[in-house]
Design a protein around this ligand. Structure first.
Ligand code: PAF
Length: 281
């Protein structure tokens, strides 16, 4: 498999505009969720660029950046199971941040204001900065993102529209473990007992989808917190229900809108996020 350290080398190798390029941006520590994006990108493009870059500007805590899992050797092995249609881009900081590692400023309005935007201040500026750099340098026709980071996906769609980057953003469904836990690189940081407890996050979200707890969000939130508190290792950081249009949290569910539950839960020191669609009420 071809591995490129610079976007310049990569682009000069794939000069012809007759070849379509699909981009799968990642921070490495690849799992089956990432591989589902790569598979979809392979079906829809001539070439697929998987980028692996742990982007410092999107971490609001240095300790979180330091412990972010990485295993390039294993990632390479996983990607080699695809054909040579897939190439790897592993830039250093200079290639993506030639003027220094700093976030740019954006205005994404309400979609960046709550949930991850509120609890990880500066996170989306960092994500948007690196994704804009990747789009400009790789110039893909399509880019693939998982719906686990549903808010991030909306930010990237807005970034793409605001900056007229001309990339088709392809959302891909969440891939879950057998017990329902959303796949995430961070799952590798869990101890065995935390991993077992973490399965409850989706179990209770799924229960909330099925149960009719009325239209009041506080009843749903109380139920979620109560159920998760049975697991000593879990601590709910936030629980919101927001309309998928503007991602503004609501207190009451109204007819005619599609809502999603968004949650962040600590399993020990590892922060996990998940989301489920509640559908049209
Ligand atoms: O979702 C991720 O892994 C990251 O936020 C992304 C999109 C690769 C940007 O660093």
């Amino acid at each position: 498999m071809l591995v490129f350290k610079t976007a310049h080398h990569l682009r000069s190798r794939f000069k012809s505009n007759l070849q379509t390029i699909g981009l799968v941006p990642t921070m490495g520590a690849l799992h089956k969720g990432h591989l589902s994006l790569v598979k979809k990108a392979c079906e829809e493009n001539d070439k697929v660029v998987v980028s692996i870059y742990v982007n410092p500007t999107q971490f609001n805590e240095v300790s979180d950046l330091k412990k972010y899992p990485s295993n390039l050797e294993k990632d390479l092995k996983l990607l080699q199971s695809f054909s040579n249609q897939v190439v790897l881009y592993t830039p250093d900081h200079k290639d993506l941040y030639p003027d220094g590692i700093q976030s740019k400023t954006y205005d994404f309005g309400t979609i960046a204001a709550h949930m991850e935007g509120e609890y990880r201040v500066g996170h989306f500026e960092g994500v948007a900065t690196v994704v804009e750099a990747l789009f400009r340098k790789i110039q893909p026709q399509k880019a693939y993102f998982g719906e686990k980071d549903f808010q991030q996906l909306q930010i990237i769609k807005a970034l793409n529209a605001q900056k007229k980057l001309g990339v088709t953003i392809v959302p891909c469904p969440i891939v879950r473990e057998k017990d329902g836990l959303a796949m995430s690189s961070r799952n590798r940081l869990l101890t065995q007992s935390q991993r077992q407890a973490a399965a409850q996050i989706y179990t209770v979200l799924d229960e909330l989808k099925k149960r009719k707890l009325g239209k009041e969000v506080h009843a749903m939130k109380d139920f979620f917190i109560k159920e998760l508190s049975r697991e000593k290792e879990l601590k709910v950081e936030y629980f919101f229900v927001a309309s998928t249009n503007d991602l503004v949290p609501v207190t009451t569910i109204q007819e005619g809108f599609i809502y999603r539950i968004f949650t962040a839960v600590f399993a020990g020191k590892t922060r996990l996020i998940d989301t489920v669609e509640l559908g049209r009420i």
